[in-house]
Each structure stands twice: as structure tokens, then as C-alpha cells.
Design a binder for this molecule. Structure first.
Ligand code: NGQ
Ligand code: ZN
Length: 451
């Protein structure tokens, strides 16, 4: 049993002072207020789940910022990414995953939903254990204590017209039946992990997964989250429209039982009726503002979506940079630049930072399939503490703490993180940082020659 005290904390009903929590078996079992205690953290928040990541891409951060074609784009970046991943071994994947998880924890995330599609060896050759790569990610989760929602990806084809996988996609490929086998193997690979671990499913996109494949994947375990890339690029919207007779989100609204179980990643190329339809359906919008800016994807219509009551969370996708505060800041700033307005995502009585942080905590938890996202009895103790002693936060209280964290400061003020009660970041540092960094440095030095 653990007791935890905070001078101020964000509870579901709002800000509270002198808060005490009792944690048992990783869960919050009691929340009291008005309890002063020595050693209390400054500001306690529900920790956010990072709802979308492809960890291996972290190792190519900084390697694609040059001209590789007449006009570089998402698609030319994707070719570079395919070339890069062709060299990755299971050992590399484990080393990269460890580093990514340490960085995520130090940024304030308590868990990650890993959208995992690098399944097979070079040229698509199966590993002896079909879920070898899942096992590597599971090892990194065991080492770092970051909560894991593992999302094996169904990737069947090279495009909507049913064309074969390209050479660069062979390591991802499975038929729906092979995928069911891989998913069962992934379930075994997660067995040694703590009880908060979740196994979900992810049909890659309407380009790469068939309607029948999506139905099979979503049916493997009806209680588990389903994630899919939706509408990131104009060319993919056009392709889906031409082949399937509807835009991607429109097709999902018409053909799938969208609900809070669904997380739609990259909702940047949408029409108003899709944005509103998605909000009404209760699906979670998986937003990755840093990657979406880096890849030139476009801007999510956040104002319309929130006005319609839509749920959202944030993810770090390509992991070109891992920063919770920066994802949230860029989400608001992209709205401001697009609309030439300020405080776009604020609402009556709640500042921008409050709407962003609380929304991402609640939506991220739903997308991760984790009882978390609020400091509430029964939830996993996914918690984050901010150090408010520095100049930006010292004079702040209430929502202004979150606004100062997101707009005036950065992840340096994240001091403690607990994932399902595991105290993984202390004084801003993950305990495994040194060992993990040394291993990662060797891996990445070898991979730097790859593009
Ligand atoms: C991915 N990433 O699966 O890593 C994709 C690129 C694709 C983003 N969409 C590949 N940001 O979408 O085909
Ligand atoms: Zn993605």
C-alpha cells in the first residue's frame, strides 16, 4: 500500500488542495482532501496515455530533413522510412523501444498505445516465434514500467485497389487468417507483463486493410480498442473515395459501428460532416500534432470537433520528438494559425490548457483501453506530478498551472510519473535512463548509415 500527497491536484470535479491518495495493487483506492503532509508533490495530475506510436521510427528522427525528391512529401518520407526499417533486427527494435519508453515517461506519459506493424524479418520471412517483435516491445515495457497497450497491425495489401504489397511493405504483411495467428502469439508474448497491460488491434488503414480484414480484426476480442489511420493525406482520401465510394471517415461512419472503442488516427483531411459525425459517434480522434506538422499532413478541425462534443487524445506517432507539452501546445497553435484567433479550444470556465490536458487524459485512456485518465477511486494510479518551484509555475494556481506548463514551459517541469502505481520517473529522471541510453546509442550509431 502506498500513500501519496499533493499540495494541489486535478480531480474529476476540479482543483483540490492538500490531496491524499491511497494506492493498492496499482489502483487508486481512496482520495481525500484537506490532508496536509510533509513531502507532498506540488501539483498532481492524472497522467496521459500516449495513444499512437511507431517506436522504431524514433531512430530515424533527424534523418529525413533534406530534399530527396523534386517536392518532398509524406509519400517521399514514407519511401525513406521503408528503406530505413529494412535493416532493423529484433535487438534493434528492443533497444529503440526502451529509449522511446524512457523518453515518454520523462515527458509525463504513463502508458503508450503502440501501433505495431513491423512483424516479420527482411523480405517478409517469418520469425520462428511469429510475435518475436511483439515480445521485444514487451521486454522494453517490462524494463521501463511504462504501461503498454499493444496493437498488432493488420496490413494486407499495397493499396485500396487490392494491389500486392510493395517490396518495402513485406515485413508488415499478413492475410486476415495469418493475422489472427499472430495476434494469438502476441497475446502469449504479453503474458509476463503487469495486469494493466492491454492487447488491442489495428487495421492499418483503409488503404492496407480490407473490409473483411477489419471485421475479423475487430472481432478477435470485442472488448478491446480498435485503432486505424484514417484521413491524413489528400491522395489517400481520393484513393478511398475512388475505390470504395466514400471518403474514409464517411465510409467508417456508414459501415462500422463506431464507438468509444474506436480510435481514428490523423483526422487532418476531413469535411465538416465527417468531423461532426465522428464526434457524435463517440470515437476518439487520435491527434499527433508534431508528426502531422513534420509530415506536412494538415490541420485537424479542432474547434468544430470540440463544439460537437468530440473526444480526443494525443500521440507521438513518428516520435521525431517526444514531448507531451509540445503536442498539446501545437494542437492549439495550429488552430490559432488556421483561424487567426486566440484561445480557440478554451471553453466557458476552463482555460485552453485545462481543456487540452484533461481532454487528452480522458480520451487517451479510452483509446488505450485503460481505466485511467482521471484521479478517481478504482482507476489505475496513472499519475504525473509537476514541480512548481521554477519561475513559470511558482506563481500559478488552478488552470494557470496547466497553461504555464503547456505554453510557457516544457517537459522539464515533469518531476514524477507513476504508471499503474509503478513509480517510473523520479526527480524528472527514469531509473533505467543510463542503461537504456547506452544501448540505444550503439544501435542508432550503426543505423545512421541507413539512408
Ligand atoms: C505508418 N505513418 O504506418 O508509420 C504511417 C506511414 C502509411 C503515418 N501515417 C505509412 N504518419 O501510412 O502508409
Ligand atoms: Zn501512425
Amino acid at each position: 500500500m502506498t500513500f501519496l500527497h499533493a499540495k494541489t491536484a486535478l480531480l474529476p470535479e476540479g482543483w483540490a488542495e492538500d490531496v491524499a491518495l491511497r494506492i493498492e495493487a496499482g489502483r487508486i483506492v481512496e482520495v481525500s482532501t484537506g490532508v496536509k503532509a510533509a513531502g507532498a508533490v506540488d501539483c498532481l495530475l492524472p497522467a496521459v496515455a500516449n495513444l499512437h506510436s511507431h517506436m522504431f521510427q524514433r531512430a530515424m528522427a533527424g534523418m529525413t530533413e533534406y530534399r530527396s525528391a523534386g517536392q518532398d512529401s509524406f509519400w517521399t518520407w514514407r519511401s525513406l522510412m521503408y528503406r530505413f526499417l529494412d535493416r532493423l533486427t529484433p535487438e534493434d527494435v528492443e533497444a529503440i523501444a526502451g529509449m522511446v519508453m524512457v523518453e515518454m515517461a520523462e515527458a509525463g506519459y504513463a502508458s503508450v498505445a503502440e501501433f505495431h506493424y513491423l512483424h516479420h524479418g527482411v523480405n517478409g520471412v517469418r520469425y520462428d516465434d511469429l510475435a518475436e517483435m511483439s515480445a521485444r516491445i514487451a521486454s522494453a515495457a517490462a524494463e521501463t514500467g511504462l504501461g503498454l497497450t499493444h496493437l498488432p497491425v493488420l496490413y494486407e495489401r499495397g493499396g485500396c485497389d487490392g494491389r500486392a504489397l510493395s517490396a518495402g511493405q513485406l515485413r508488415f504483411g499478413n492475410t486476415p487468417d495469418q493475422f489472427a495467428e499472430l495476434w494469438a502469439a502476441a497475446q502469449r508474448a504479453l503474458r509476463g507483463l503487469p495486469a494493466d497491460t492491454v492487447l488491442g488491434v489495428a487495421p492499418h488503414s483503409l488503404r492496407a486493410a480490407s473490409a473483411a480484414g477489419i471485421a475479423l480484426a475487430a472481432g478477435l476480442d470485442p472488448a478491446t480498442p480498435v485503432h486505424i489511420h484514417v484521413a491524413e493525406q489528400v491522395a489517400e482520401v481520393d484513393e478511398v473515395l475512388a475505390q470504395m465510394g466514400a471518403r474514409p471517415v464517411q465510409w467508417l461512419l456508414d459501415n462500422q459501428d463506431l464507438s468509444a472503442r474506436w480510435c481514428l488516427i490523423h483526422a487532418t483531411q476531413m469535411q465538416a460532416f465527417e468531423t461532426e459525425g465522428m464526434a457524435r459517434a463517440g470515437a476518439v480522434a487520435g491527434l499527433c500534432p508534431i508528426t502531422e506538422a513534420n509530415l506536412g499532413d494538415g490541420i485537424f478541425d479542432g474547434a468544430r470537433y470540440l463544439a460537437a462534443g468530440g473526444r480526443f487524445g494525443v500521440g507521438s506517432d513518428s516520435n521525431v520528438r517526444i514531448s507531451l507539452s509540445e503536442e498539446l501546445r501545437l494542437l492549439e497553435y495550429s488552430q490559432r494559425l488556421g483561424l487567426r484567433a486566440r484561445a480557440v479550444l478554451a471553453r466557458e470556465g476552463q482555460s485552453v490548457g485545462r481543456v487540452l490536458y484533461q481532454g487528452a487524459a480522458e480520451g487517451g485512456a479510452l483509446a488505450a483501453g485503460r481505466a485511467s485518465g482521471a484521479i478517481r477511486v478504482g482507476n489505475w494510479a496513472d499519475l504525473m506530478a509537476l514541480d512548481c518551484s521554477g519561475p513559470d509555475l511558482a506563481a500559478s494556481s488552478g488552470d494557470m498551472i496547466l497553461d504555464s506548463f503547456i505554453f510557457a514551459s516544457d517537459d522539464r517541469v515533469v518531476s514524477e510519473v507513476w504508471s499503474a502505481g509503478r513509480h517510473i520517473v523520479s526527480g524528472g529522471r527514469h531509473a533505467a535512463r543510463e542503461a537504456v541510453t547506452a544501448r540505444y546509442a550503439k544501435t542508432v550509431a550503426r543505423l545512421r548509415g541507413a539512408l
